[in-house]
Write a protein that binds this ligand. Structure first.
Ligand code: ADP
Length: 328
């Protein structure tokens, strides 16, 4: 859609609401044309960051650059960004095509031209056949695609998505995330997607920006963040890791890198707390000395060759190369 991919950069961006610092001097350059997820727990400042990029919230300090120009003080429609909201915010009394064309009407584009553009966008999201329906005659997934078409009609450089999948049931959520990813690749524009779901971020993102307490804890490719979390918070939040205090500091190790064997052998001795069947894997929770819990994710067939029960004594083994030293 856009010949030149523009880089979005946050420079010491801060948001204060009275005494609350919602976003604290964050710096980040988003990969142009990439799919980025802002990931973190509720209240960490993700939506405030997104709304400042969109221009729906003022920046208290710092600046937002797009393609090198400061857009921090431009109105939303002049920024080259577009936002898709969580609840889709469709107009109930307007048809699908009129909903998509709405921003063009506000810009004074004539009816024929704006409906033509809306038609192109509906084709892009595969909804041409439903252009005359009203929003309440659509499924949740279809409503989401209308909201996407409506955001994309302004041909933004950056599409901002605030928890776009949270209103959908789990099956549809997985299907729609595949569609979002496909659409992003086809368009080649930057998507910035806010989520508190680590699975969603891992599945979608070229780049994950993990936020906590108003700051960026870690940013990197999905695999880098998952394989080498730098802080205990990231290791715990991204899931699939243990954080262990060992001589020399705190370390993260993936649960699937911990093997369970006979008592007396291995790196540490533990006592099984619980066993949870998860289909392809079995998650085994153990307690080691010092009241630390360590989880091992064991392939299903391996577990059932030698099943274990709560109360059993076991030895936990790993390769030290899989330990990642944490900085905080
Ligand atoms: P997230 O999207 O990660 O859940 P938010 O950006 O919505 O986080 O909120 C970050 C912090 O700012 C929270 O403490 C929240 O209560 C506060 N906050 C968000 N919006 C407002 C507002 N309009 N007025 C006052 N405080 C707000």
């Amino acid at each position: 859609m856009n010949a030149i991919r523009k880089e979005l950069e946050l420079v010491s961006v801060t948001k204060r609401y009275g005494a609350t610092v919602a976003v604290n001097a964050i710096n980040h350059r988003f990969q142009p044309g990439g799919y980025a997820c802002l990931l973190g727990p509720s209240g960490c400042g993700k939506s405030s960051t997104l709304r400042m990029i969109a221009g729906h919230e003022t920046v208290s300090d710092g600046s937002i650059l797009l393609g090198g120009s400061d857009i921090s003080h431009l109105p939303p429609a002049k920024r080259g960004t577009a936002m898709m909201f969580q609840n889709y915010a469709l107009f109930p009394h307007l048809s699908v095509a009129e909903n998509v064309a709405f921003s063009q009407k506000m810009r004074g584009v004539d009816r024929q031209e704006r409906l033509k553009k809306a038609g192109e966008m509906l084709e892009l999201v595969d909804l041409s056949a439903l252009s005359d329906r009203l929003p309440d005659q659509l499924s949740g997934g279809q409503q989401q695609r209308v909201a996407l078409a409506r955001a994309l009609i302004t041909r933004p450089d950056v599409l901002l998505l605030d928890e776009p999948l949270s209103a959908l049931d789990p099956f549809l959520r997985i299907r729609m995330r595949g569609e979002l990813r496909k659409l992003q690749r086809e368009l080649g524009i930057s998507f910035i997607h806010v989520t508190h779901g680590q699975d969603e971020a891992l599945a979608l993102a070229d780049e994950i920006v993990v936020m906590n307490n108003a700051v960026i804890e870690q940013a990197g490719s999905a695999r880098d963040v998952f394989n080498a979390p730098t802080t205990a918070f990231v290791a715990q939040f991204i899931g699939g890791h243990n954080v262990i205090a060992l001589p020399g500091g705190h370390f993260a190790i993936r649960t699937d890198a911990v093997a369970i064997g006979q008592a007396g052998a291995g790196n540490l001795q533990g006592n099984i707390l619980g066993v949870e069947y998860q289909g392809a894997h079995v998650s085994v929770a153990t307690m080691i000395a010092g009241d630390q819990e360590i989880n091992a994710l064991v392939p299903e067939t391996e577990f059932f060759e030698n099943p274990l029960n709560p109360g059993d004594q076991v030895g936990l083994t790993w390769d030290d190369a899989n330990l990642h030293k944490l900085t905080a």
